[in-house]
Design a protein around this ligand. Structure first.
Ligand code: ADP
Ligand code: MG
Length: 319
């Protein structure tokens, strides 16, 4: 398939935890063999409850974390194998926006300095430094006057605009948006989502959008990938996932979002219990301990994705 910007193949991230004098280290399988792709210009969303491995996936794509195993292929090159120099080039093309616009901004720096820092660090010759920053500030809806202000003088939504401007200053191709609106008031969330959509068109951006909330990603995604305990349980077009979900976990996530699933009320599934720990995931289908349709075989199946219609995959063989 051409037109693919990013391809993740059999990616794994295992952490060794609980190392102490009296305890044997245990393996926490944060990501356990996931594969997916993102086409140029698409918005692909990763959704799932907290702890399922969304941020870890994002961090590996940015090479903030190294994978335990697997490939991350960007524009045809495996970025796990890049040299230092190649990695610094790659890092100009791929940026991240974090959830918390409060802690990701240096409180002692002025807004212009914060937004411009990646330019200075990039090592490229900089002409029209201030103009470049003012131009990007304008694109994200900040005023020229804001250049010399400090982050604490801004509201949450405006601070997220500062983070977005900073992520755009090097004109990247792919932006990993890790819960970019989760810390914002609901009324502000749609403003920031709309801004991200406008910027995507203007700068030909590709987004990997991470959220625990399906209602947030519903309107902005081309495709949605649903994760559970380090595994992908379903993926497909946003329309297929929202209107024709085939994995019980996706159905349960949708049931928790009343406005998305109004016409699906009949099928309301309420998740029981907490997510099991990734230190000791259930055998077979990891969702089987909370699945209302679980059968005895479910503890023995492997969670391979089955294509049920074009580009719509589910890990549940019984749906
Ligand atoms: P999400 O973003 O979906 O909420 P994360 O990717 O942050 O989930 O975490 C996935 C799992 O990996 C969680 O169980 C988390 O506790 C664990 N984890 C994340 N980072 C580390 C780390 N540095 N060391 C040990 N465990 C970690
Ligand atoms: Mg996270």
């Amino acid at each position: 398939m051409d037109n693919i910007l990013l391809k993740v193949e059999n990616l794994k991230k295992y952490y060794s935890v609980g190392k102490s004098l009296f305890e044997k280290p245990k393996t926490l399988k944060a990501i356990d063999d996931i594969s997916f792709y993102i086409k140029k210009g698409e918005t692909v969303s990763l959704v799932g409850e907290s702890g399922c491995g969304k941020s870890t996936t994002g961090k590996m794509i940015l090479r903030i974390e190294d994978p335990t195993d697997g490939k991350i292929i960007y524009n045809g090159n495996d970025i796990v194998k890049l040299s230092k120099k190649e990695l610094s080039e790659y890092r100009k093309k791929v940026q991240i926006i974090f959830q918390d616009p409060y802690s990701s901004l240096n409180p002692r720096w002025k807004v212009g300095q914060i937004i411009g820092e990646p330019l200075l660090l990039s090592g490229q010759k900089i002409e029209n430094y201030k103009e470049k920053i003012l131009e990007i500030m304008d694109k994200v809806g900040l005023l020229q006057d804001h250049f010399d202000r400090y982050p604490h003088q801004f509201s949450g939504g405006q601070r997220q605009r500062i983070c977005i401007a900073r992520s755009l200053i090097l004109r990247p191709e792919l932006i990993v948006c890790d819960e970019p609106v989760s810390a914002l008031d609901v009324s502000i969330q749609s403003q920031v989502l709309n801004l991200l959509l406008e910027l995507q068109k203007e700068f030909n951006l590709t987004y990997l959008f991470i959220s625990h909330d399906l209602s947030v990603v519903n309107h902005i995604s081309n495709r949605i990938i649903v994760m559970y305990l380090g595994k992908i349980v379903e993926s497909g077009s946003a329309d297929a996932i929202i209107n024709n979900p085939r994995h019980p976990y996706t159905k349960a996530l949708l049931s928790a979002v009343p406005e998305v699933s109004a016409e699906r009320k009949k099928e309301r599934l309420i998740l029981q219990g907490d997510i099991p720990t990734p230190l000791n995931p259930p055998p077979g289908c990891r969702f089987s301990t909370r699945c209302p349709f679980a059968k005895s075989e479910c503890s023995e199946i492997d969670m391979n994705l089955i294509e049920i219609e074009k580009e719509h995959y589910t890990a549940c063989p019984f749906q």
